[in-house]
Design a binder for this molecule. Sequence first.
Ligand code: PLP
Length: 392
Amino acid sequence: MGCTQLPQREQDTHPNSEDVGVSPFSIPVAEPDIGREELKNVQEAVRSGWVSSKGPFIGAFEEGFADYIGARHGVATSSGTTSLHLALRALGIGKGDKVLVPSLTFAATANAVLYLGAEPVFVDSHPQYWCMDPSKLESLIDNRTKAMIPVHLYGHPCDMKAILRVARDHRLKVVEDCAEAHGAEYKGRKVGCFGDISCFSFYGNKIITTGEGGMCLTSDRDLAAKMKVLRDHGVSPAKAYWHEEVGFNYRMTNLQAALGMAQLAKIKGLLKRKRRVASWYRSRLERVKGLSLHPEMPWASCVYWMYSVLVESKTFGIGRDALVAGLAERGIETRRFFYPIETMPPYRKFSHGRTTIARYLSERGMNLPSGAKLDSASVGKVSREIILLAKG
Ligand SMILES: Cc1ncc(COP(=O)(O)O)c(C=O)c1O
């Protein structure tokens, strides 16, 4: 493939969209920023013959990303989901254990708990910043509770001080789910260096991408070593083909890490552009009645993975679903918020019914187009259409 073909392909397709192929939307909800540097790295990896999970890009990406976040060790994986599974398994979570997870998150957070035969306990959202509410944790903890997974939802950090206080008081392990929040900061420190282990996703719609991929970060050398063994079938690092335990194949390939290295080199610029997109939305939508805009707490630096709004149908004029549909008709792709996990069939038996804020947010929330490649004119068009639809 010649380099000259790349810009055309980028315009024609939005591979992050769930419908693979040519997107029907002129403004997609998210879009990877992939250019010549990525192509150059991937070509180099292909030419070198190191196409599987050995090769120089993997170690470099693990080290580079851990360094960027401020953790000591990186363990690259095949996805964000496998990184969560690996992290919980390395921390010894298993059958009969309970793990606190937010109700409002992507299902992978709870699935990783269920893969281990443990039980997810769903925590309600904070009404102001939408992540797990630390004040709701204590009443859900009993002697089977072993860990929690705070999720930095849609790019906004959790209140880590309050969360870590509860974790310390009840001796709970903390796995940060940073799939949506690469580079977000809590009180000036990047999320991903607060918990025992933190997990990232590099899926195509994430802040940086490796296609599919993920990473566990930790500053604990033993945990990192354990995760590396478990990631690679549980094979002994000292004795070939000797398995001390049943592990997984959760490895990242050198091709993915090659892409990741080029993305990592751009992350500061990507985050700057995403914050700029957020500021454009804020200035255009802040006076619209019935819309609550994406929050940013004073202690937070949000990366606006998905710039999001809440639609209050009575004051806005139409409901969230009608707004999503109206924008889709105008070529603008948006997404409703996640469903509270425990309202869906596989998870209903874990519902305790005390997730009213998550339910409120889920019924009103939606993600607007948020890619770093969006320009001010596109944000202007999305905002204008929202205002026109509100007027009916
Ligand atoms: C909060 C959260 N956790 C975990 C994941 C899983 O990541 P992946 O799709 O790379 O498996 C996602 C992915 O979208 C996510 O949003």
